[in-house]
Design a binder for this molecule. Structure first.
Ligand SMILES: [Zn+2]
Length: 298
């Protein structure tokens, strides 16, 4: 069933688990996400990132993904990752998206707040949830250019976070406390003291904390962070790279050239298994197996 982000994060808060947002630039990835969520009987989030539109145009594939979500046996939120313009966010809503991230973090704090506030107004009127980002998230390429970069300069300030949410009314906020975007192998260290302070702000102002850049983080650090009350984690890199070794193995083992649909099938299966592992990791011990979701179907 297709739901917005707010309904999933409220359920996550009530039952103390964390939901995965699996950025799905193409339909085979999206299918793997839905299959994994149904097999785990767990709520899930998926959708396009604005920067990857050329791999799966949102106006073309958004309505198909909304239909996939509607037909799913579990609550599914169709969420836009890093939307950076009103026109693209409108495109997502028109395509059937039920949640958007409004990322104006390249602007000043004041301009970021002003833009996100306007987006929250029209999104909430359409029952679409909104995620914001205050402060900035570094990526691996910035780190490669400047290996001595002090990433603590990017960390979210709890007072700024409180002000941001109070003025904008967002449903969720990406916070920065040690992760880096697109990281495949490094080992970021998370600042749990800061996370504790951020969660206090989240409880006070009633919104969910979101982690981006989780792929390079060790499982035990993720588990620990969820215990502090993270409610949504974005994942792409870790799952997407699961496809390559499975395909390589199949190519090596085959005496004949493989068909494209066979390779795609192998890649999807590997990604689906990785997504299932991720859902289990994020569950924080919550047992989804006997869960029913009638209250979501309204
Ligand atoms: Zn991100």
């Amino acid at each position: 069933m297709l739901v917005n982000m707010k309904s999933i994060i409220e359920d996550a808060e009530k039952n103390n688990y964390c939901v995965g947002m699996y950025t799905s630039p193409s339909l085979p990835f999206a299918e793997a996400v839905i299959a994994a969520a149904e097999e785990m009987n767990a709520p899930v989030m998926f959708g396009q990132a604005q920067v990857w539109d050329r791999y799966g145009a949102i106006d073309k594939y958004g309505p198909i993904m909304a239909d996939m979500a509607r037909k799913a046996k579990v609550p599914v939120c169709l969420h836009l990752d890093h939307g950076t313009s009103v026109s693209y966010i409108m495109k997502a809503i028109k395509a059937g998206y039920t949640s958007v991230m409004a990322d104006y973090s390249k602007l000043s704090f004041k301009e970021n707040v002003e833009n996100v506030k306007k987006i929250v107004e029209f999104c909430h009127a359409a029952d679409v949830s909104v995620e914001g980002l205050c402060g900035r998230m570094p990526n691996v390429w910035q780190l490669a250019d400047d290996p001595d970069m002090d990433i603590t300069e990017f960390f979210t300030d709890p007072d700024e976070l409180r002000e941001f949410v109070k003025v904008t009314g967002v449903d969720a906020m990406t916070v920065s406390f040690g992760t880096v975007h697109n990281m495949k192998v490094s080992k970021p260290m998370l600042d749990f003291d800061l996370l504790k302070k951020l969660k206090e702000v989240a409880d006070e102002c009633n919104f969910a904390l979101v982690l981006h850049g989780s792929s390079g983080v060790e499982d035990n650090q993720i588990k620990e962070a969820i215990k502090y009350g993270l409610r949504k984690i974005n994942v792409y890199t870790r799952l997407s790279i699961a496809a390559q070794p499975a395909m390589e193995e199949a190519i090596k083992a085959s005496k004949e050239p493989l068909f494209f649909h066979e390779l795609l099938d192998i890649a999807q299966k590997a990604m689906k298994e990785a997504i299932k592992e991720s859902i289990k990791l994020f569950s924080n011990g919550y047992d989804f197996s006997n869960r029913t979701y009638e209250e979501f179907a309204q």
